[in-house]
Design a protein around this ligand. Sequence first.
Ligand SMILES: Nc1nc2c(c(=O)[nH]1)N[C@H]1C(S)=C(S)[C@@H](COP(=O)(O)O)O[C@H]1N2
Ligand SMILES: [Mo]
Length: 373
Amino acid sequence: MLRDPDGNPVDGGKWFIHHGTDVETNWAATDPLSYRTPTEHFFVRNHTAAPEIDAASWRLEVWGDGLAGDGTTYSLDRLKALGETTYDRALECTGNGRRLFAEQQGEFRPGTQWGLGAIGLASWTGVLLRTVLEDAGLRADAVQVMPVGLDASYVCDGVDHGHVRRPLPIEKALEDVLVAWEMNGAPLAPDHGFPVRLVVPGWVGIASIKWLGSLEVSTTRSESPWSTKWYRMHGVGYDDAELAVLDRMPVKSLVDLPPAAEVVAGRLTVLRGRAWAGDATIAAVEVSTDDGLTWDEARLTGPNDRSCWVQWEHPWTPTAAGDQVICTRATDSTGRTQPARVPTNDDGYLFWAVVRHPVTVTAPAPDASVPVS
Ligand SMILES: Nc1nc2c(c(=O)[nH]1)N[C@H]1C(S)=C(S)[C@@H](COP(=O)(O)O)O[C@H]1N2
Ligand SMILES: [Mo]
């Protein structure tokens, strides 16, 4: 949880929706026109708590039978000397939208009851993981990297599962993964992985290991509780191991409106929101202002890059007062379209159905310009 030096929540209780050790971005308190999520509004998902790490004595151990030599130890300076890349990428928790299984499908799923605020987009600066692995002597027969976090071992139901870690296939490791030390132009905040974290674009958030301490490069595949017990699909319909493995995130969208927002009949309202699709881009966003009966295509504004989100806008002049429901439906560049309902799974991962957003249309106030006699 983000706190100021006096121990008070930095958001004064309004930027975030609080869930224990996790905080979710409150869309109603963000600027709908801002493309990047300011760090102080960015969701936090901590299994335990942010460890206190001294950057000067911090080291990254890169080791394993997937390297030609004995492995290499990197200080922050040595890492920075390898090169610098900056890119914008979204980061989304696997369980983002979990609450909607209960709200829209009547299927409560245990875990952090995220609305849609467990996603953010930041600019990240670091060195490509590919560069680090090559510097450390990557062998051609390496198949996997296992990043391990320096936060406390995760104990759940009396079982110590060790440090947070999750295997990353070598193909993704060599593609676009960043070993990052800056977020939005500043050193990583403690909650976001200071001094160094991974950013694994378009993939389930758990892949982006924070407080990175070591990388085991191996010529055989292995698992961790974060790839078997959690962050994997369990439940009816997920017996097929290939289907159950979680990597890319699905296509989703939202409207940037507070819950139960009010709009005025007869007055033009510009609806705005975002759509994103794991490591794909967005092909189209449709908006319905009548609970899914009719749909119009929204206008996409600003960048529409891989593993980012795109902003959209849609003018709406509601005709009559009353309750209404706004729905948004995105289609991505691979042809996936948000369905009306998604099959559930035991842990409530990957809710990607069309989200219903109730609003109240109020009658216009009496025209103040008309003199009252
Ligand atoms: N070491 C470590 N890395 C971690 C986690 C953690 O608890 N420990 N949480 C993961 C999860 S589940 C998510 S969604 C992202 C959240 O990143 P953020 O807190 O910077 O938004 O970090 C991932 N990396
Ligand atoms: Mo997550």
